[in-house]
Design a protein around this ligand. Structure first.
Ligand SMILES: *Cc1c(COP(=O)(O)O)cnc(C)c1O
Length: 462
């Protein structure tokens, strides 16, 4: 039995999979400020038209340009591994496979979309990209992609992370990006906030406003903005993970998995692994597909399905999604990548249909799972990934109780070597679990009643 199932480079998937083509009930359209569906041209100041075409596409398969594959070969196809050491420790009949996305140069799945986004912008004649980053994972992935493709890159990094996570900033600088603490004095949005609150730790919402402003106000017109999750084209690029995993499971002699698991912040790594299997489920396969989120930011498990803004400053179109409200301030848990108030609309429509079974975990349980993983499989996972690992352990124990030889598939979204302060706090007994109080949930979601209603449409098949 092989523990690492490798694909040949010549077997890399040559098309991305678009779930929008197969969803039994279509996505609700994004709405503009007037409450009417937006047209592609409204996104043109922010994104290049070739990516906007992918964003609104209903084609099932979209070709991956050879030049993009030529860049991805640095770490793709990524290995599929069998977690036999964990299986033995748990004494489970389940077979646990994981797609190891920590192999990429920045250490997570994020460059799977950073590279195509940079490449399509370059094709369109764009010279510079802007973005925001919280913990620094997306910023470092985009910095890497821009360096390889040949674009300038400016990253607005939330001030508190800029100060507390200096090494992610260093990674961005190694790859030639300009990393700026947000709020900054480079934008009107930043200057206004600095005047009012000179000591603010910053927020993702502020950093998004700065990055969009920096892109749309460039007088040369050659700067665009990028986003690392949530949007349809981002999820599309990540499906290379699940498409590779499918071929690799076949090589391992497996049919379809029984359980598919990923952590979900904006939904991109989860969707990347899961969507090709959601297609099988739509076609009748019996697969349990589980996105996992933190109890402290319970978007899918407790939030309403509603139209909401993607950012705190209310500048984006309205998206139909599960949301905790755009003003939601998440507690300072260590899984920084899982602290977003909303969730990818494609993931949300699949939940509405009943195709996915979201669940939420507290962070102490997740760190326990991460330590179990480190002491069996060996690697130290990202705090985000630990949520998926915790669910895998629960499912493997359940398989033992049921006496079933289930096949469990996990997305190992990234390593935790840049996030050791969370492990430090856990081992020092300093971590606490935050449960979102019901009254806070109601307070943050009350303003959604003033926005257009999102209808929950489903076939009732699942
Ligand atoms: C950013 C990140 C996540 C969460 O983002 P998604 O878009 O939900 O995938 C999860 N894991 C790692 C390692 C990340 O860097």
């Amino acid at each position: 039995m092989e523990l690492k199932i490798q694909l040949k480079e010549s077997d890399i998937p040559r098309q991305w999979y678009n779930l929008a083509a197969d969803l039994p009930t279509p996505l609700l359209p994004p709405l503009g400020p007037d409450g009417k569906p937006i047209g592609p041209e409204m996104l043109a100041p922010v994104f290049p038209m070739n990516l906007i075409e992918q964003e609104v596409s209903a084609e099932r398969w979209i070709d991956i340009p050879e030049e993009i594959l030529g860049i991805l070969y640095r770490w793709r196809p990524a290995p599929l591994k069998r977690a036999v050491y964990l299986e033995k420790f748990l004494d489970t009949p389940a077979k646990i496979y994981y797609k190891d996305e920590s192999y990429s140069p920045p250490g997570s799945h994020k460059p799977n979309t950073a590279v195509p986004q940079a490449w399509y912008n370059k094709q369109f004649g764009i010279e510079n990209l802007t973005t925001e980053t919280g913990a620094g994972q997306w910023g470092s992935a985009l910095a890497f992609a821009c360096k390889i493709v040949g674009l300038g890159c400016k990253v607005f990094m939330v001030r508190i992370s800029f100060d507390q996570k200096p090494f992610r900033k260093t990674m961005m600088q190694v790859w030639g990006a300009d990393c700026i603490a947000s709020p900054s004095n480079q934008t009107n949005a930043g200057r206004k906030i600095l005047e009012e609150m000179p000591d603010t730790p910053g927020s993702l919402g502020i950093a998004i406003s700065e990055a969009i402003e920096a892109a749309v106000t460039d007088p040369t017109g050659k700067t665009r903005y990028t986003l690392g999750s949530v949007l349809n084209h981002v999820l599309l690029h990540q499906t290379i993970i699940g498409l590779e995993a499918k071929k690799q499971l076949e090589l391992a002699g497996e049919k379809l998995p029984d359980v598919v698991i990923g952590c979900a912040g904006g939904g991109s790594n989860f969707a990347g692994l899961a969507f090709p299997f959601v297609a099988d489920k739509i076609n009748g396969a019996d697969i349990t597909i589980i996105p996992v989120e933190p109890e402290s930011c319970p978007t899918m498990t407790r939030g309403p399905f509603a139209y909401d803004f993607g950012d705190t400053a209310c500048t984006t179109p309205l998206l139909a999604m599960y949301t905790l409200g755009h003003a939601f301030i998440p507690p300072p848990i260590h899984a920084g990548g899982l602290r977003y108030h909303g969730m990818a609309p494609l993931v949300c429509q699949a939940i509405v249909e009943g195709l996915l079974k979201p669940r939420a975990y507290h962070q102490i349980k997740c760190y326990e799972a991460a330590l179990t993983w480190a002491s069996t499989e060996g690697a130290i996972c990202a705090p985000e990934t630990s949520h998926a690992v915790a669910a895998v352990i629960d499912e493997a124990i359940k398989a033992k109780e049921e006496g079933k030889e289930k096949v469990i598939l996990l997305n190992y979204s990234g390593h935790g070597l840049m996030d050791l302060s969370g492990y430090d706090a856990y081992m020092a007994g300093k971590l606490i679990d935050y449960e979102l109080p019901q009254q806070d949930l109601e307070k943050f979601t009350a303003p959604l009643n003033q926005l257009p209603k999102a209808e929950m449409r489903k076939t009732g098949k699942w």
